[in-house]
Structures are given as C-alpha cells and as structure tokens.
Design a binder for this molecule. Structure first.
Ligand code: ZN
Length: 484
C-alpha cells in the first residue's frame, strides 16, 4: 500500500523562512509529510536539482472585468488562470466591481458566474465605486460574512473614483466589519490639472501619460491615505507603489505603528517612463497607472523590499490586446494618451521575472522571493496557512522550478489571451516547469492540464493580522463615536 497519493522527491524546498532538502508527501490535496526517505506514493515526481516553492499568490489581477468602452479585458477566467499557472501562480484575487448607482452584491454575484471557468483557486476584492449608506450598512456586512473580506477603492479615474469623505466612510465600515481596504492612491485633481495643461500644449503622446502623473501625485495621495488609516485606526494596503518617495511615506507611517502595507508590481521593477516613449504608438503597451518611473525608483523599490517596507509584489494583470477592434490601438494611433486603456498583462511573467531579477541577480534571497510572491500576500489577505507556504496541513499548491533554465520571454509563452507581452525578448534565468494546485498537476512543461472549473472560490473569514490596533491620534474614537 502506498503511503501517499503523491510524493515529490529529492527537491530543495524554500519557504519564507527556510531552505532545506526534503521530500513532500501529499494526501487528499494537502501536504501530509515533509522529510527524507518518505514512503511510496501512488504517483511520484523526481525533483532532483529542482527548487520546490509555494505556488504564487497574486492578489492584484484584473480578469474578465467588464468595461464601458470599445476595448475589452482580453482574458477570461479560463485564459487568465491558465496563464497564472504557467508562471507558477496557484491562487489569485480578482476584482468584483460595483456599478455606479448599482449594487455591490450584484457585482459580486455576476463575478462569481464569470469565475466558474477558473483553473486555479481564487477570491475577490470588492471595488466600491458608489459607497452609499445602504451599500455600506446593508450589503457589505453580508458580503464580508460570506468571505469577501477586502474592499478596493480608487481615488482617481472618472467612473471609479470616490471622494475623500466617501473613502473615510469605507474605511470606517472596514474597521467595523473586520475587512481590509486596498487603495489606488493618486491625487485626481493634480492629474487632471497636469493633463489639461499637457493637452493644451499639444503634448498628448503615450509618453506624456507619465508626465501627467509624476511621483508627486502619488506621494501626496499615499501620505493622505496613511493619515486616514491612522486617524480611523484601520489597516490598509496601498496598491502599486511605483517608486521611492511613495514608499518612504509608507515607511514613515509604519514607523509610527500604523498598519499600512505596501504593494508594488513587477512592471515597476523592470520598466521606466522611457518604455512609454517607444516609436509610434508602441509605448501604449507600457501605459499603466501609476506610470513606470526611473531606474533610481527601481533601485529604491528593491531596497524597500529588502527593508520589509514593501512586502507584496503582484502583477496588476490588466490585459488589453494591442491590435484588433477591441485593442489599445483601436482608439486610434493618433489618439491622446487619455484615451488609451491603462494596464499591462503580467500574470505569467511575475514569478519568473522576480526570480531572475531578484534572486539570480542577488538583490534578494530565496526566502524573501517566496515571501513577496506568496507568503505575505496569503497572510495579509487571510489565506494563510492554507495557501502561501509549504507546511503539513497546507494545500499542496507548489511550483517546481528549474533554477538554471534560460528563457527568452515571448507573448506565446505567457499563454494568456493577449497578443503581446511588455516583457517580450527579456532574457531570464529560472522557470517553473511544473505547477500543482491541491496536489494536482495543473501545468507541466508548459502544457496546461487543469480544466476550466478546477479552481475553487476561497472564502476568507476573520483573521488577526488586520485587527485594528486600538490606538487613535486623539482621545476620541471617531468610528464608534466613543472616548478612548
Ligand atoms: Zn489594478
């Protein structure tokens, strides 16, 4: 009788704290044993010379989100999660969106329908575009109770942004319900002022997108949301910190004890504003918000990762094809930057690029890589220890890496539904050859094996990490209206 359903032998395991040689015994989709010379499995995988890492947890992915305009989100859950698994990611969090004037519950219900084709496990953040009192007091308690435990708010973008007054109401609601709020923090009025001035001066090419939102618009807004979080004693995560100055605002808040966490994305570590200045309209492929910045900002972000100020690196996968009637170029090759859909694809590229640029180039060690790509995100979003680590009792979500494999990135390698990758031609070292979700091989040697629908929704209950501190800047708790 075999002892296990599956044994992965002779690999080198890395977690966020340790690197060690051990076999992994898997029963019923979970890690049942870690050790040398484990007994036989029904199936066995020889991982000699390979790293065995927790599958990636990508907590910022835009998949199959409806849009208003002519362009569309290129991926379905089937294609987006295939791409994720190809790149060694085994859990994603996507976004269910409330329509302006509409219901958040309806937005969540509709997104559950779309997500039925997911091939890997998933959860949702809820984008609140219209936090009316009845949404906050009647819909959100039920939605949080049913496992949708994160809110996302935008402070810029027409059609999505909410006011500071509304943001404070969302944060207060998050504190009362035990939810975490993630924030897109850029100063809308400043961007608007810059944009109008640029367009009036005839400066409307893709590269001017970066001119319209220099670091100061992000730095100011990050400072502001940290103050809101501190005033209401409510934890937040700041999405896509793009450079040193914004990260410094987060570090200062953290030093005051405020529960603010910073996320950056792969693209801010490898691209700069110069990528928006490629010939013709090509720069549109790199157009995202915040805008890619400078090599100095890249160095600052790596330093902030090493210092633990930024602990989560996501893809912010936001796929729009380049060609065709629904692609970025459909707005017209002469269109001003304000008409170009924001966002870059990057689900599959995230882990390999971060491994190569981070671990192989000596910027971070292997446990830090595991932490910023899987473990911290699982903890921050209430998925740990089921996801994000390799431990007895955890789901057997694993990526088996050839750490020496040389790969030239191409769009076809990504296996998403996009027609390009901004990482085209990038030469990297290290590649996840085999990806497992709950002990089942979902990708092997580039072949996607998991059928649509294999993925499961991950409801998220209450967890300690996002409990408020019980510390207010003054003698009054303004959320509950009581003296402290
Ligand atoms: Zn995003």
């Amino acid at each position: 009788m075999p002892d296990f359903d599956l044994v992965i032998r002779h690999g080198t395991i890395a977690t966020a704290s340790d690197v060690f040689a051990a076999d992994i015994g898997i029963i019923g989709g979970q890690v049942a044993a870690l050790g040398r010379d484990l007994g036989p499995g029904v199936k066995e995988i020889d991982a000699t010379g390979r790293l065995v890492l927790p599958g990636g947890v990508d907590t910022h992915t835009h998949i199959e989100e409806p849009r208003g305009g002519p362009t569309v989100n290129a991926d379905t859950f089937a294609s987006g999660t295939a791409s994720a698994a190809v790149g060694g990611t085994t859990t994603i969090i996507g976004f269910a969106r409330q329509a302006r004037g509409g219901s958040m519950a309806q937005g969540v219900a509709e997104h559950h329908e779309r997500a039925r084709t997911a091939r890997i496990d998933y959860s949702f953040h809820m984008i609140l575009t219209d936090p009316r009192p009845e949404v906050l007091t009647q819909e959100l308690p039920k939605l949080v109770e049913s496992g949708h435990r994160t809110f996302k708010i935008f402070l810029t973008y027409e059609g999505a942004r909410i006011s500071d007054a509304e943001a404070l109401q969302v944060l207060a609601t998050a504190r009362r319900l035990g939810a975490l709020t993630c924030i897109h923090a850029e100063n809308h009025e400043l961007i608007d002022f810059y944009t109008k001035a640029l367009l009036a001066a005839g400066l409307d090419r893709p590269k001017h997108h970066a001119w319209a939102k220099p670091m100061i618009v992000e730095r100011e807004c990050v400072n502001r949301v940290c103050a809101m979080a501190e005033a209401l004693d409510v934890p937040i995560q700041v999405f896509h910190v793009s450079g040193g100055e914004a990260a410094e605002e987060i570090e200062r808040a953290q030093q005051r004890g405020v529960k603010v966490w910073g996320e950056t994305c792969t693209q801010y570590l490898v691209f700069t504003a110069d990528d928006l200045d490629r010939p013709g309209f090509e720069g549109a492929k790199w157009l995202c918000s915040p805008a890619p910045r400078s090599t100095a900002d890249q160095a600052a972000l790596w330093e902030m990762i090493r210092r633990g100020v930024i602990q989560n690196v996501t893809s912010d996968h936001a796929p729009t094809r380049y060609a065709g009637p629904d692609g970025k170029s459909a707005v017209g090759l002469d269109a001003p930057f304000t008409k170009i859909p924001n966002g870059v694809p990057g689900l599959a590229a995230r882990l390999p690029v971060l491994f190569s640029e981070g671990v192989v180039k000596g910027r971070i060690d292997l446990p830090t890589f595991v932490s910023i790509t899987a473990t911290h995100a699982a903890k921050l979003f209430g998925l740990h220890p089921k996801k994000g680590t390799i431990a007895v009792g955890s789901d057997a979500d694993l990526a088996i890496w050839d750490p020496a494999k040389k790969v030239t990135l191409t769009a076809s390698l990504m296996q998403d539904a996009n027609d390009h990758t901004p990482y085209e031609g990038m030469e990297i070292t290290g590649w996840p050859e085999t990806t497992l979700v709950r002990g089942v091989t979902v990708v092997d040697q580039g072949k996607v094996l998991a059928p649509p629908g294999f993925g499961q929704f991950l409801p998220r209950g209450p967890y300690e990490m996002i409990q408020p501190r019980g510390v207010f800047p003054g003698p009054f708790n303004p959320v509950d209206g009581v003296a402290v």
